[in-house]
Design a binder for this molecule. Structure first.
Ligand code: SD4
Length: 320
C-alpha cells in the first residue's frame, strides 16, 4: 500500500476528529524556526550543548554529539542531579538512570546503575554490544565493568552532608523545579536532519531504593523517530511515565503539530488527568528541519539551544 503523504495524513486525522487536540493548543507564538544542525537540552546545560556541538563539528556524528553532551553533567560533581555528585536515594546510595536513541531506532538504557560515572556511555554500549535495550541494577554494573568502565564512589562530600541533614526529618516531598534540577535530556539534528537523543539522571533526590523514573524509559523520558522528530522530558518522572510523554510528543508531531504545540498538548494530557499541584514536568522537542519547542506545567523551566550562532538559554512557556 502506498504510504499517505504527510498532508493526506493530517487531513485524514482531522476528518477523524483529531482536531480536538489541535484546538487545545492554538497558540503558536513560541514556535521556533530552527536551522540545521541544532542541539537542544533541558535546563541550563550550556556546557553540555557546547561539548555536543564541538563533537558534532569534529566528528559529524549526532549520536556521538548527544552522548558527549550528556557526559558533561555526569562528570560534574557540582551537578547534583546527574552522575557523579548526584543526590542519593533515602538509603544513601547514588543510583543512576540513562538512555540513548539513534536515527535508526536503536536504543539502549540502564536503570538503577551504581558506581559508574557515565551511565549514558553504558547505555550506548547496551545498544551497540548486546541484543537488549535495557540492563538494570547489578546486571548493568556487571556489564559496565566487563566493558571496561571504572567502579567508583559517586557520593560526593557535599551530597553526603546534605543527605545526613535530610535524615534529620527524612521528609520526602518532591519539589517544583527541585533543587535546581539539571537532569539532562539532550536532542540534536545534524546538517542532514538526522536525529539522536540522550537522557541521564540520578533521579529524584531521596527516592525509595529501587525507584526508577522516566529518564531511562524509551518513549517516556526520550523518543527519537527519524521520520518525524525527537522529544525528551524532565521533572516528575511518574507523571511522564503514566502518559508515555516523549512518545506522545513525537506522535503528535507526526500528526502535524509543531514541536511547541506537541509539547504543550503532552503537558495538557498530564494536567487534565493527574494531580500536578506541586509538581513540574517540562518537555523539549524538535523536528527534522530543526524547528524546536518546549512547554512545562509550571514556570521556571529553561532549555538551552545551540546552533551556528552559539548557545542561548530560553524560558519555556508554561501552563500555569
Ligand atoms: C526522574 N525525570 O527521575 C527525572 C528527574 C528529573 O530534573 O528530570 N529531574 O523522575
Amino acid at each position: 500500500m502506498k504510504k499517505p503523504s504527510r498532508r493526506q495524513f493530517i487531513n485524514t486525522s482531522l476528518a477523524l476528529g483529531a482536531g480536538a487536540f489541535l484546538n487545545s493548543c492554538q497558540s503558536t507564538k513560541t514556535v521556533e524556526s530552527g536551522q540545521l544542525p541544532i542541539i537542544i537540552s533541558t535546563w541550563n546545560n550550556v556546557q553540555a550543548n557546547n561539548a555536543a556541538w564541538e563533537t558534532l563539528t569534529e566528528k559529524g556524528n549526532i549520536l556521538d554529539a548527544v552522548e558527549a553532551g550528556a557526559r558533561v553533567p555526569e562528570a560534574d560533581p557540582a551537578d547534583q542531579s546527574v552522575g557523579y555528585g548526584g543526590r542519593p536515594d533515602r538509603e544513601g546510595n547514588v543510583t543512576l538512570d540513562a538512555c540513548i536513541m539513534d536515527k535508526d531506532g536503536n536504543c539502549g538504557a540502564v536503570t538503577f546503575l551504581q558506581h559508574i560515572k557515565h551511565p549514558i556511555s553504558v547505555a550506548r554500549k547496551v545498544m551497540e554490544e548486546t541484543p537488549h535495550v535495557m540492563l538494570s541494577g547489578a546486571g548493568a554494573l556487571e556489564f559496565a565493568l566487563e566493558q571496561g568502565f571504572e567502579k567508583q564512589d559517586l557520593l560526593t562530600e557535599k551530597s553526603k552532608q546534605e543527605y545526613i541533614k535530610w535524615l534529620e526529618t527524612a521528609e520526602y516531598k518532591p519539589k517544583v523545579n527541585i533543587e535546581l534540577h539539571d537532569t539532562i535530556g539532550i536532542i540534536g539534528a545534524d546538517s542532514n536532519g538526522d536525529l539522536s537523543g540522550a537522557c541521564t539522571t540520578s533521579g529524584l533526590a531521596y527516592k525509595m531504593p529501587g525507584r526508577v523514573g522516566d529518564s531511562p524509559i524509551i518513549g517516556a523520558g526520550l523518543f527519537v523517530d527519524n521520520e518525524v522528530g525527537s522529544a525528551v522530558a524532565t521533572g516528575m518522572g511518574e507523571l511522564v511515565m503514566r502518559s508515555v510523554g516523549s512518545f506522545l510528543v513525537v506522535e503528535l508531531m507526526r500528526q502535524g503539530l509543531s514541536p511547541y504545540e506537541a509539547c504543550k498538548e503532552a503537558v495538557m494530557r498530564i494536567v487534565r488527568r493527574q494531580d500536578t499541584a506541586e509538581l513540574q514536568v517540562g518537555y523539549i522537542a524538535m523536528n527534522k528541519d530543526g524547528t524546536y519547542g518546549a512547554y512545562s506545567i509550571k514556570p521556571g523551566f529553561v532549555f538551552a539551544v545551540t546552533d551556528e550562532n552559539g548557545t542561548i538559554v530560553k524560558d519555556a512557556e508554561s501552563y500555569e
